[in-house]
Ligand binder design. Structure first.
Ligand SMILES: Nc1ncnc2c1ncn2[C@@H]1O[C@H](COP(=O)(O)OP(=O)(O)OP(=O)(O)O)[C@@H](O)[C@H]1O
Ligand SMILES: [Mg+2]
Length: 333
């Protein structure tokens, strides 16, 4: 039987986990032996204890609002990888699974954020050596002149080896209208590496769903190498509101009386307008609200502020947005 193409965690000395796993129920000496990689894991709990991938999965569930279908798919992929690991430990598995993915969805739906977590999960489970993420676009891969593309693409691949290469708006690599476009050269190099070095590099292609579908139709070689397609839906207003709570909380701010309801109203007006970008627009709107709060407080030269004064976003900080004052659909702030 061919030797496994990827590392067994424990033998490969995974990086120290951030927090102890909570779901492991195995006895202490088994735990210790597992940690040292002396024995191969035989149960799901043992694989999880050894890799602590469940910590990352739990954090993802907890930190990210909504995204139920995406979280479900990630759990499925993690389950597949854990079972794969058990199969490998019993000599049933001979080949690295294909883990290349596509993340499709509108701007600000969490694709980059989830890709970072995915890189950690793959690392914990021993599918990539380092678990870092290198995010690129066409310009990082494709050169302007003949002979520039191959070295550029190879340099990026070298940086990404042992981790995840995240290609944003991947379809820009393919420009059928220009016969001699260098993007094709980058695609061909990527295809080779995606096949031959899939034990050490996971590629995630990201972008709008319709454009990605067209790209896959014109590039069957790429399509056939992508094992997992994850769709990131637009967030409903309720999720966006909870994302806003979380973003404020992480910066030690919070909505004051009436401000949260005003922000919900803001969202309902803003969502149908052009260039709305889901969680990214929430982040931008909150940044502007903080600016208004600062200007409001700045005007109060002699007041001694309490922590509350400095943490609370007032209703007026939200309602000053242009979205409340302009009826035209092109209002954007
Ligand atoms: N479900 C979520 N819960 C909490 N915060 C989120 C969630 N989704 C996205 N965010 C936050 O929103 C911002 C935008 O998310 P991210 O960059 O991952 O989106 P994206 O889909 O990659 O967008 P783009 O296509 O514009 O690159 C980030 O600051 C991220 O932390
Ligand atoms: Mg992104």
């Amino acid at each position: 039987m061919a030797a496994p193409l990827y590392q067994i965690p424990g033998q490969a000395a995974p990086s120290p986990p951030a927090a102890p796993a909570t779901s492991a129920a195995s006895p202490a000496e088994v735990q210790a032996a597992l940690a040292e990689g002396v024995v191969g894991a035989r149960t799901v709990a043992e694989v999880l204890a050894q890799s602590q991938a469940d910590t990352v999965i739990a954090e993802l569930e907890h930190d990210l609002i909504g995204l139920a279908p995406v979280k479900g798919r990630i759990r499925d992929i993690a389950a597949l990888l854990v079972i794969d690991k058990l199969r490998m430990n019993l000599g049933l598995q001979a080949q690295a699974p294909s883990l290349h993915m596509s993340f499709t969805g509108n701007p600000g739906t969490g694709k980059t954020t989830v890709a970072l977590r995915m890189a950690q999960i793959l690392h914990r489970l021993g599918y990539v050596r380092k678990g870092h993420l290198v995010a690129v676009t066409r310009d990082d891969l494709v050169g302007q002149y003949i002979g520039h593309t191959a070295p550029k693409t190879k340099e990026v691949l070298k940086k990404a080896m042992g981790g995840v290469l995240f290609i944003d708006e991947a379809y820009y690599l393919y420009r059928p209208e220009n016969e001699r476009d260098y993007g094709q050269e980058a695609i061909e190099i990527l295809l080779q590496v995606m096949e031959n070095q899939r034990d050490d590099l996971v590629v995630i292609l990201a972008g709008y769903k319709d454009r990605m579908d067209t790209f896959f139709r014109s590039n069957p070689g790429m399509s056939s190498r992508i094992a997992h397609h994850l769709d990131f839906p637009d967030y409903p207003a309720g999720d966006l509101l909870r994302i806003a709570d979380k973003m404020l909380e992480s910066q030690n701010y919070r909505f004051g009386r009436g401000a949260r309801a005003a922000f919900e109203e803001y969202l309902l007006r803003r969502i149908p307008q052009p260039h709305f970008a889901n969680a990214r627009s929430v982040r931008n709107a909150l940044d502007r609200a903080r600016l208004r709060q600062a200007s409001r407080l700045f005007a109060d030269r002699d007041r001694v502020f309490t922590p509350d004064d400095l943490s609370i976003i007032d209703e007026s900080d939200i309602r000053a947005s242009r979205v409340f004052h302009i009826a035209a659909p092109q209002a954007q702030t």
